[in-house]
Design a binder for this molecule. Structure first.
Ligand SMILES: [Zn+2]
Length: 827
């Protein structure tokens, strides 16, 4: 007998999806907990805390009998995922007994409010309804339900929305990021795991259950189709198992079919969304299909009205045409939050029914993929040699693989393969293992397919970046091996950086290398403790150890050994020295300002995360702060994150995705001429401005940097490079290039390239092809041009980065370009 379950409407005092009404996160959490108390079909767990300390929830929903035996079903699922020594007979039995594991997650993008609001109605249906359909789902499916993948964002968006409700600004989204660090990029974190929310989901849901179905609920723009579900378009990333591809198509089509049957118009499949980057698709390499739905948005919770003429056609979809992937056009009219929720309920229910009715298809798929993953293939393995320049980066790379459920081995002796000898303790990732595909896609170089029919056609735009090679992003050597290895290995699960040593203790100075990223943490700690620090300008040899230019020198004071001892945990060696070097630059704790536009700018958020991780202190400056000018004497360096010149100067008027009229005046502003004057005054006072990626355009157009932007005016047919990893040559004797090797990798995404008239190049493109991973058209345009430059400006300096140096906290090999610039600004 079921107790009475509280309906969402009773809990909230309004019907979910009512115009202009939103439940906030505490109300949603309270509702889920209430239903947990009232129903024996629901178990709610708090998996941990979000970035800003909100509870992160998982509801496990199934029949009361299944909920009693969750551990048994979980083991069946894991056994089928990794069917080593499992016979077909045993597998058949497990498939007979197992359940479909289906996960649905909502509103990772917090302005896309529909999912989280809908979650309460879906929960209620499953907890309260007595029907054949519901019982079938409860009996055959273990449903893992995440009502929000970004609880912080729910609160940020609901607060903002309610603040302006009933005013002329009603219905806008916040003019700042809805995830503290990642903003809209929070669903691009599924292989680097930088965010707490990603970590909680991967550790406690994905890796624990390896669900066969993972459905993530989103919204898109207002004037396209009403709803998108897969199939996705090409390209699919090549390491995705065919059972996944088939499953995505099968499930997506089934959901679209249910929407059509229900008369839900304007549903499109096989449209603009591709399946290339693992940054959005952890499950594609872990036995699960990725289903994405995108509903047309309203103004947060305020309804909109669209005439038929306002509906826009785009790439393979015309709102006025019936096509195989768009059987029932929507004619325009009123569109409300309730419409979004109704579509999402139909789609979610179809997903759960398809999970239940085809239970054996999903379990059998898990087994077939598992079997295939265990067969040795080509390549056979990747080797990560133990002798690397940055052991902290090696540890980070191994940590990523480990988080991705990849088995890692270490060689107990040196070994030779394909004519190369690798030292003892080298790491080896043998690919025939359950999640070897995840390892392979991250460790190999991407060859993004050019899908154009003719070479004269414009490029077909990828949905996201085209390269994700981890070794290049972390500056770690990774070697692909085709043939089987013959050596002794041990499995390793913990990765420590070998502790550094302190040589020649008691000397008046110590020197340490600037090559590893973590050396910056050491330098910051010593500066924070009040030690005097300098960087060498030339190579330096101390006790037989050669230090590249830029090595850090610290003047000893009593008690320093204790600090060095602690810092050696970062894998840094410290060498005692008698005399200071002759050529050096004094450095200080940099006083850093970060420009923060009134726009949700993910690049600015990631920048804050990276600087915090490396213990730099900073202050944010809004356009109004910049104009006020009183900051000019307080900072050494102003970092301008990736933004166009138009946005920097004009603010919201300089962009096209937010409607300026929906914001109070202050949020519309950019720095304007007034702010630019203050930035020029800052430069005149000897300050340093670092312009990241597109912001370099501002340096040229508004700060008069003596630089020509050589890609300006080229159309996409002439030059195109949508998020690829490119090779540059670095001057490692320049203080911005300290610690680098001659050839390095950078991320190129909407990036400028420079022809310098006045200034010094720090990094530049080679004469040969710069492409290391991804896709590029018209690469000859980059030949010999500058990627990173130091430009004199007044008594100060502009450092122009023709790349996003901290891109999504993934492109970590270029962190030092940024960190070096901050220290250099204090010299
Ligand atoms: Zn979204």
């Amino acid at each position: 007998m079921l107790e009475k379950v509280t309906a969402p409407e009773e809990h909230l005092n309004f019907r979910v999806g009512t115009d202009r009404k939103l439940a906030d996160w505490p109300e949603i959490v309270e509702y889920f907990k209430k239903v947990d108390d009232e129903s024996n079909r629901v178990k709610v767990e708090v998996l941990g805390e979000s970035t800003l300390g909100n509870p992160f929830l998982l509801a496990v929903i199934s029949s009361p009998e299944n909920l009693q035996r969750l551990e048994e079903y979980r083991k069946i699922q894991l056994r089928l995922s990794n069917p080593k020594d499992l016979s077909d007979e045993e597998a058949k039995d497990l498939i007979e007994r197992g359940k479909t594991i289906c996960m649905i997650s909502c509103s990772i993008h917090s302005t896309e409010v529909g999912g989280s609001q809908m979650s309460m109605e879906l929960l209620y249906k499953l907890a309260s309804e007595e029907s054949e359909d519901v019982n079938e789902v409860l009996d055959k499916v273990i449903f893992l339900f995440v009502p929000s993948l970004n609880p912080d964002g729910n609160r940020i968006v609901v607060d903002w929305y309610e603040k302006y409700l009933g005013t002329e600004y009603e219905g806008s989204g916040p003019p700042y990021v809805y995830h503290e660090y990642a903003g809209h990029d929070n669903n691009r974190d599924w292989y680097m795991f930088n965010l707490k929310e990603t970590q909680l989901t991967v550790e406690h849901i994905h890796n624990k259950w390896h669900p066969q179905i993972v459905y993530d609920i989103h919204q898109m723009g207002q004037d396209g189709p009403r709803f998108f579900v897969p199939p996705f378009t090409d390209p699919y990333e090549p390491n995705i198992d065919p059972v996944i591809l088939g499953g995505v198509n099968f499930m997506g089509t089934s959901m679209a079919d249910a929407l059509n049957r229900d008369g839900k118009a304007g549903v499109v499949t096989h449209w603009i969304f591709d399946a290339w980057t693992p940054a959005r698709a952890y499950q594609h390499y872990h036995g699960g299909i990725r289903i994405l739905s995108e509903a047309a948005s309203v103004d947060i919770a305020s309804p909109i009205e669209l005439s038929p003429e306002q509906l826009e056609a785009r790439r393979g979809y015309n709102p006025r045409e019936t096509r195989w992937n768009h059987p029932l056009p929507w004619k325009g009219g009123r569109w409300t939050l309730r419409d979004i929720i109704d579509y999402e309920l139909v789609a979610s229910w179809a997903c759960l029914q398809t999970a239940a009715k085809f239970r054996k298809r999903w379990l059998r798929g898990t087994y077939e993929m598992g079997k295939r993953s265990l067969k040795p293939g080509k390549p056979y393995a990747f080797v990560i040699p133990s002798n690397q320049r940055d052991l902290g980066a090696v540890k980070e790379l191994l940590w990523v693989l480990k988080m991705g459920d990849v088995e890692i081995h270490r060689a107990k002796e040196s070994f030779e393969v394909e004519g190369v000898v690798y030292p003892e303790d080298s790491y080896v990732v043998i690919l025939n293992q359950p999640y070897g595909g995840f390892a392979q896609t991250l460790l190999e170089k991407q060859v993004y397919p050019d899908l154009r029919e003719t070479k004269d056609a414009p490029p077909i735009v990828p949905y996201d970046v085209t390269a994700h090679t981890l070794g290049l992003q972390l500056g770690v050597d990774v070697v692909k091996v085709e043939s089987e290895l013959d050596t002794k290995f041990e499995r390793v699960d913990e990765f420590q950086i070998p502790k550094g040593e302190i040589y020649d203790e008691g000397k008046p100075y110590y020197i340490f290398s600037c090559v590893p990223n973590y050396s910056v943490k050491a330098a910051n700690k010593l500066l924070f403790e009040g030690y005097y620090l300098a960087r060498t300008l030339e190579s330096q040899e101390v006790i037989g150890q050669v230090f590249k230019p830029g090595a850090y020198i610290v003047e000893a004071k009593p008690g320093i050994e204790e600090h060095l001892e602690n810092l050696s945990e970062l894998g840094i060696d410290f060498y005692g020295m008698d005399n200071p070097v002759e050529e050096y630059l004094d450095i200080e704790k940099p006083r850093v300002a970060i420009y923060r536009a009134w726009l949700p700018n993910a690049d600015e958020g990631w920048l804050r995360q990276v600087l915090e991780e490396y213990t730099f202190e900073y202050e944010n400056l809004s356009p109004q702060d910049v104009k006020a000018g009183d900051w000019v004497d307080r900072f050494d360096v102003l970092i301008i994150p990736d933004l166009t010149d138009d946005i920097l100067v004009k603010g919201m008027e300089g962009q096209r995705w937010l409607y300026p009229k929906k914001y109070e005046r202050k949020y519309r502003e950019g720095v304007g001429e007034e702010g630019t004057r203050e930035i020029l005054r800052f430069l005149d006072n000897g300050g340093t401005v670092v312009t990241l990626n597109r912001a370099s355009e501002y340096a040229v157009k508004s700060l008069w940097a003596g630089v020509e932007l050589i890609l300006d005016g080229l159309d996409e047919k002439e030059f195109y490079c949508p998020g690829s990893i490119l090779r540059v040559i670095v001057d490692d004797t320049h203080p911005i290039g300290f610690g680098y090797s001659r050839e390095e990798a950078i991320m190129f995404l909407n990036s400028p390239a420079f022809n310098i008239k006045e200034g010094t190049p720090v990094a530049w493109y080679p004469e040969a092809s710069p492409l290391l991973s991804g896709w590029i058209l018209g690469e000859r345009h980059l030949r010999g041009s500058t990627a990173v430059a130091e430009i004199p400006a007044g008594n100060g300096t502009i450092i122009m980065m023709g790349c996003p140096p901290h891109f999504r906290n993934q492109m970590r090999s270029t962190f030092k370009l940024l960190f070096n610039s901050l220290f250099y600004a204090t010299t």
